[in-house]
Design a protein around this ligand. Structure first.
Ligand SMILES: [Zn+2]
Length: 143
């Protein structure tokens, strides 16, 4: 059984996972793991200062700029251009006119039509299983 150690970040004592043992640096809390990872990335980058240098110019040479890529993609995929134009049009129209105000589920403004009879109802309870949704409705008196 590995000995208890102190987490360098939150200072709490922890027992390392026996499968990890001496290699475990933190208590295992998400915040501490992220801080550990951040520091180890920082150390790695300071040991390899040139690793990410010139990455973008290299990619730019191989693939072109993002704008150029988009331009080529649009030329090759007219279907995408049409779909996107329709989407943008709909999006802009939706933004222009505000949504109609939602009816509260517990108000009596919900209309239920069964066999051509319409009554005013309110939703009393909603529950579900993994397969079904159950809605209990209450009848409202006509106002
Ligand atoms: Zn910790």
């Amino acid at each position: 059984m590995p000995k208890r150690r102190r987490c360098p970040f939150c200072r709490r004592l922890f027992t390392p996972d026996p499968r990890v043992g001496e290699r475990q640096k933190t208590c295992g809390e998400e915040e501490c793991r992220h801080e550990q990872k951040r520091q180890s990335n920082e150390q790695w980058r300071s040991r390899h200062p040139d690793y990410f240098q010139g990455m973008y110019p290299h990619q730019k040479e191989t693939y072109g700029t993002r704008a150029e890529y988009k331009k080529r993609y649009r030329k090759k995929n007219p279907d995408y251009v049409r779909r996107n134009a329709a989407f943008v049009k709909e999006y802009r129209e939706r933004r222009r006119k505000p949504e109609p105000e939602a009816v509260s589920p517990t108000s009596c403004d919900l209309h239920l039509t069964v066999w051509s009879q319409t009554i005013n109802v309110s939703i009393a309870q909603v529950s579900h299983t993994s397969r079904d949704i159950f809605v209990t409705i209450g009848r409202c008196e006509a106002s």
